[in-house]
Design a protein around this ligand. Sequence first.
Ligand SMILES: [Zn+2]
Length: 187
Amino acid sequence: MNAEEAMERLMEGNARFVKGDAKKYDFIARRKELLEGQHPFATILTCSDSRVRPEFIFDTNIGEIFNIETAGNVVDSVALGSIEYGVEHLNTPILMVLGHTKCGAVTACCQLEGELAGNLGEIMKKIKPAALKKNKEIDPAIEENMHCVKECMLQNSPVIKKFVDEGKVKVVLAKYLLETGEVKVLE
Ligand SMILES: [Zn+2]
């Protein structure tokens, strides 16, 4: 499957999800099929938010999406390693950064006065440049954060950069709208 076909499949699945017309999957048969290995067609980095679930949003079966989830869909070296696995070893033609409206992590960062301690503070530090660039306006900061995450991936992962440069994987930025269930492709 190439990047275009993978995107078509995701967007068709999303259209079914929006209409409440999701497929009925035979998980028992699929589990057996998947015992020989996984061949997902998309690597998706998204937010841990319980309302943003890629398999539901894109109406896919198990074994079709390789997911990496962090609050605010930010990346550290462990998340980058997982993304690299999806891109380099599972050869997914798509690497999607899926942000979403009303993102709690981005909202918290926009409303934060000063610094936050501990591990949550580490997440805030990663979102902060996007929040500051958009004057702490939440919606623009959510989109800016996705662009920052893409830059961060390309800067900090020579593997992802190489696969992108060679045209083996396409990075897609998309926003999930909690209000309608739609996924809007930004880039
Ligand atoms: Zn979120």
